[in-house]
Structures are given as structure tokens and as C-alpha cells.
Write a protein that binds this ligand. Structure first.
Ligand SMILES: Nc1ncnc2c1ncn2[C@@H]1O[C@H](COP(=O)(O)OP(=O)(O)OP(=O)(O)O)[C@@H](O)[C@H]1O
Ligand SMILES: [Mg+2]
Length: 202
């Protein structure tokens, strides 16, 4: 529901998907506006998973267009989709229990500092930003503890926070903090010892 003045964040126009001669999706149209939460419901085999897979780059569509913030998008892989800020959180937790909560939130895209952000992982930023992200979804926990020490419910929340760290909101945050290159790296978290580079200041 909108007041008519907002533009959709995401717009699907006429999405089709065929597997051989079987038409699974036919002319799917969907507009998602800022702040909205939708439930996609349908009987078994209706095409819910297929639509999500098309949206997140797991499967190519057979026709139609997708727009994000008004820009045509064509994600060719889940990584492509993640870079655009579109992620899937699956029911089964798919994180690393042997890493800390903060490491799980940022794995693969740790905030860095030094030499144009290319050198060292900024562990203080990892932990601080993980705390901030989780705080936004109402989770106040010690992010330096191993994920395995928390309940499945908490792990699910961490899985939900993770896309926020990789999405466009992270890009916006990094633009806002573009002066952080002048800050020094902090030491790595206690117990860190999995072959990572030492956390000397940059
Ligand atoms: N890779 C594939 N190759 C051929 N047919 C497929 C493929 N993936 C899905 N289908 C078919 O597409 C249709 C839609 O499947 P899909 O998994 O999207 O449905 P769903 O709504 O998610 O169902 P469920 O509620 O059971 O999860 C089904 O008939 C399914 O058999
Ligand atoms: Mg399904």
C-alpha cells in the first residue's frame, strides 16, 4: 500500500519462466515499495521458489524485466544479486558456527583500512558495525562470541542481518565514512588465530 507518490524499490514486469515446454511463471508483476513486507503464497508447485530464484540470479528468466530503484537489473548469479542488495535468507541457517557473530555478518566483505582500504581488516569496525546492524533488528548480543554459542533463533537473526552488511545500505555507509581511511586498524578479536594476517596498525 502506498500513497501513490513513492516509487517502487523493486519492480517485476511480465516475468516468464519456462522449463522446457512447462510454463511455470507467466507474466508475473510485482511492486515492492520501501518498508513493505510481503508474503508470497501459493500451492505446492505454484512457482514461488522459481520466482525467488529468478529474482536472485539462481535461474535466468525466460522473459520480462526487473527494476531496482528504477534501474534495469539482470543478476546472473546470487553474488550478482547480493551486490545489488538482493539476498535470500533460507530457513536452514547457512552460516559458519565456528566463527564469531561479527565475522559471520561480514564474512567475505570485511571492512578494511589502510592503502585505500585494501590492506588490513578493521576489526574494531567489524565488531562495531555488526553490533549496530544487529541492534537495528533488536538483537543486543556479544558479537565477538562464536555463533555456535547462540540459539538457532539468534542465528537466524544473524543470517537476516548479514545481507544488510552486503547490500546497498553498506555501500551508502561506506560512502558516509569515506574519511575512515585515516583511522588506524585495531587489533584482531581475541582468540583470532586461523591463519589471518596479524592485526598491526595500518
Ligand atoms: N529446474 C527445474 N526443472 C524443471 N522443472 C522445475 C525446475 N524447478 C522447478 N520446476 C517445476 O516448476 C514448478 C514450480 O516449482 P517451484 O519449486 O517454484 O514451486 P513452489 O511454489 O516453490 O512449490 P513448493 O511450495 O513445493 O515449494 C513445479 O512444477 C516444479 O516441478
Ligand atoms: Mg518452494
Amino acid at each position: 500500500m502506498t500513497d501513490g507518490s513513492l516509487s517502487p524499490v523493486l519492480e517485476l514486469r511480465g516475468i516468464h519462466k519456462q522449463f522446457g515446454s512447462i510454463q511455470v511463471l507467466r507474466d508475473v508483476r510485482l511492486n515492492l515499495y520501501p518498508g513493505e513486507i510481503h508474503a508470497l503464497m501459493g500451492q505446492n508447485g505454484a512457482g514461488k521458489s522459481t520466482l525467488i530464484k529468478v529474482l536472485t540470479g539462481v535461474l535466468p528468466s525466460s522473459g520480462g524485466e526487473m527494476f531496482l530503484d528504477g534501474q534495469l537489473i539482470q543478476p546472473h548469479s546470487p553474488l550478482d544479486a547480493q551486490k545489488l542488495g538482493i539476498s535470500t535468507v533460507y530457513q536452514e541457517v547457512n552460516l559458519c558456527p565456528n566463527l564469531s557473530v561479527a565475522e559471520n555478518v561480514f564474512a567475505g566483505r570485511y571492512p578494511r583500512c589502510g592503502a585505500a582500504q585494501g590492506f588490513r581488516i578493521d576489526w574494531a569496525a567489524v565488531n562495531r558495525r555488526a553490533e549496530e546492524l544487529l541492534g537495528r533488528i533488536g538483537l543486543d548480543i556479544d558479537v565477538t562470541r562464536l555463533l555456535s554459542g547462540y540459539s538457532v533463533a539468534v542465528q537466524q537473526m544473524v543470517a537476516i542481518a548479514r545481507p544488510c552488511a552486503s547490500s546497498r545500505c553498506a555501500t551508502r555507509q561506506s560512502r558516509l565514512s569515506s574519511d575512515s581511511a585515516r583511522r588506524r586498524c585495531s587489533p584482531p578479536p581475541r582468540g583470532w588465530g586461523r591463519g589471518s594476517p596479524p592485526g598491526r596498525p595500518c
